[in-house]
Design a protein around this ligand. Structure first.
Ligand SMILES: [Zn+2]
Length: 237
């Protein structure tokens, strides 16, 4: 085989190996990503429960203040009741007093109802907090495992990159650029074998003339149909 062609066959195999790293890395990280997503969901849900709890606490402060105001009003009414001159005035004050007392009852009921909501929110927060603690333990463990696997992959990748650089240095610039140009669109099928006189990139048959040239192996040849770089199997290196 043409020496440059055999270099390109080798180079494309190395490039394909390098391309396989990214899906491998994503696969390794996928469990961790899921756990971290879940962690984020828990954090958001705790935050939202805390906000709701704060709102309800504020509502109860308002209710308490309202009761204080109503009690002041009742005192005021009772003072005025001592000084009434007409029956009409007395009636009006009695009505006002009744309304204020009803409002106090209602505000107290509200406080009890809201206290229950606050209690429930506290319970929710505590529950999610416990889950979060367990989840973070799992994340820490997974992280150690992931980092170990990633650093192993990184070592492997560096080794392959070193061998790629060594190979690229040997390949004439023009041939390397020619390869890169096809690789842009052909990706991991830039250099493909010919089997049963067919291109293994586009799977079309190579005509007899081109096939004869390919067998001669003097030049680097492209598939006449798709333009990928062709080589004859089996490869002897
Ligand atoms: Zn082809």
């Amino acid at each position: 085989m043409n020496i440059y062609l055999s270099q390109l066959v080798k180079l494309s195999k190395i490039d394909n190996e390098l391309d396989e790293f990214e899906p491998k890395i994503n696969e390794i990280k996928s469990d961790l990503n899921k756990l971290q997503f879940e962690e984020n969901e828990f954090v958001l849900s705790i935050k939202s429960s805390r906000d709701m709890k704060l709102d309800e606490e504020l509502n109860n402060r308002k209710n308490e203040l309202h009761i204080l105001e109503l009690n002041e009003k009742l005192k005021d009414i009772s003072r005025k009741t001592g000084n009434v001159k007409t029956q009409r005035e007395a009636k009006a004050l009695a009505l006002e007093e009744e309304i204020s007392r009803e409002q106090i009852v209602f505000a107290n009921e509200e406080i009890i109802r809201i206290d229950k909501i606050i209690e429930h929110k506290e319970f929710e927060i505590e529950e999610i907090d416990e889950k979060l603690i367990e989840l973070r333990k799992e994340i820490d463990k997974t992280l150690i495992d992931v980092n170990e696997k990633l650093s192993y992959l990184e070592i492997e990748r560096t080794k392959i990159e070193v061998s790629k650089n060594e190979l690229v240095e040997k390949i004439p610039q023009k041939i390397f650029e020619f390869y890169q140009k096809i690789k842009k669109w052909a990706k991991n099928t830039t250099v493909v074998p010919v089997k049963k006189q067919a291109c293994y990139g586009c799977f079309l048959k190579i005509d007899n003339n081109n096939y004869a040239e390919l067998i001669k192996g003097d030049d680097i040849r492209n598939c006449p149909h798709c333009g990928r770089i062709l080589y004859l199997e089996p490869v002897t290196e």
